[in-house]
Structure formats: C-alpha cells, structure tokens
Design a protein around this ligand. Sequence first.
Ligand code: SD4
Length: 334
Amino acid sequence: MKRRNFLQKVTLGSVGITTLGASLRATAATSKKAKTTPRSQTSDASLPVVIATWSVAQATQKAWQSLQEGSSALDAVIAGCGVEEANAKGQSVGIGGLPDREGRVTLDACVMNEKGNYGAVLCMQNIKHPIAVAKKVMEDTPHVIMAGVGAEQFAVSQGFERENLLTEQSKKDWETWKQTSKYKPIINIENHDTIGMLAIDTNGTISGGCTTSGLAYKMAGRVGDSAIIGSGLFVDNEIGAATATGLGEEVLKTVGSFLIVELMRQGKSPQQACEQAILRIIEKTPNIQDFQVGYIAVNKKGETGAYSIHEGFTTTTYQHQKNTISNSDFYNKK
Ligand code: SD4
C-alpha cells in the first residue's frame, strides 16, 4: 500500500503536534511516486464495483475476486480490508498500526450490510482483524458495539488469536515520538490511512466496512469516527453508501457518511454528495490548514465519488474489470 503523510499536523484545542518518524517520512515520500490518475468528475454506472480509501490495490483486488467467487458484498469487504489489516508494514490498520501515547495499539472497525445491520468494535487490542470481529458482533451478539477488553474477550471466544500488534518499527517510531514530544500533552501525529471500503455486487447489494488504528499517539481511550455508524461508514441499500478517512473528530461532528447518503437520497450524485459533506465541515471549522478529511461514496447504480479538503487523497476503484488508483478532487486549491 502506498501511504502518504495524510494529515501532517493536527491541533485539537490547545493540544499540539510533533514530527513524523523516519519510516513514516519514507513511506510518505514513496507514495508521492504512486501511479495515480485524476478522478473524473462524473463516473460510469456499472456493477459490480469495489471502492476504497487510499492506494490499496491488493485490498480491492481481493474484494473483487471474492465477489467473482460468489461471496456476499459484506464478505468481500471483510476480505479486502483484511489484506491491509494483515500488512505489518502498514502503520494505519491492524498489525503494525501506530499506538496510542502509552504504546498500545488500539483498533476501531465496523461493518454494515444491505439490511442496514451494523456491528463494531472500538478500542480493541491484540486482535489483528477487527473488521471480522465487527461482523461477529453484528451477527452473533444482541449488541451492535463492543469496546475494549470485552471486545477482545469476545473475539477470543469466537476463535480469534491474541497477538502483539506493536511491530518493532512502530515501537521505534513511538519511542522517537516520545523523545521529540518531551512528554508535552501531545495528542497525535496523523499519518493514518484508514481503510474504508464499499462494495456492490452484480445484483446491486451494497455493504461496507471501515478499519483503523486511529490517530497515531492519540490519548489512551480515544475513539474516532471509523467504527461509528453514520460517521466513518453508512450503507443504505436503497440509495448507496459512504465512508471516511481523516480527522475523525470532524467527521463525527458532521456525521459525514450519513450526510452523504442522505444527500444522494435527495438526488445528488456521489461526487456532489462528497463535496457537500466536505463543505459542511469547512462551514463549521473554517480553519482547515491543520487537518484533512476524505470521503468516498457509491450509489445504487454503481456511480462513485470522492472528495477531500486537501490535495493528496487517493482512492482505489475496481470496476469494469480494472483496478484504478486515482487522485481525488479537493477543496483547498489555494
Ligand atoms: C480516526 N478517521 O481515527 C480515523 C483516522 C484516519 O486517515 O482516517 N486517518 O479519526
């Protein structure tokens, strides 16, 4: 996966930020060379389709293959997101995710299916595939959200293995961060590229998922938008679906993914809906210099859209038998 330094500096209230670890700078530099094409403003309606945040060609390919092999849209999304969760080099999801400021990797993930069912895990440690646990929460419990130790215990009871998710590299980066932070109340260094993925099968059945390790060096216990219904993800099988990446606090405050689906319900295209949802954030928080948000959306026909506040948000779309990485359009043209 080609990653970039998505949010370079984030300020929440009076809480400051520091610099990235060397490996993160390296990955950011690599990603600049990623072969991408600008997204067109209009998109073809065609099914099936898999669309994901960021440059995750292997993940969308896996989801696409799963659809071809007859998996449900939900299982295709879980398989696709699972590719990135298992990628120890990716410091944004699953194993290898950058930890909170205490050095703990805590994961958030959710899924929604075509029936409007939802399952999520929040702040879960030691389990590599939170998105698969989220499906279990949805299908095998009377609840929709499980958090922390309870989520982990539930996962283990379902056969998931406990493992240490803090890789040597992420530990090293965290230790470097601790030195430069000088133990000031620093909240995060955002280089996290949450994987949000939406899939529609040939029958028009829509499902989605979103998985993340959240903001790097977040305060212990912090949860972002990614696992929260309507914010990091929303699916309405009659209309379409949307998912988010970026500063979760801003997505949460505007319930971004739900907003996009509702705008599509009112007749907006996925592209127009993503743009309006970004504008909603900017109306509420005009000082956009310090943070980034990116949205992707798909409607029932298989048209797609993507938009972000700043340049640099890429999307991967598998459609028309082709896997394409594109640069999304963005608001801040300067
Ligand atoms: C969060 N939205 O926890 C996630 C982080 C992210 O790209 O998407 N970063 O707020």
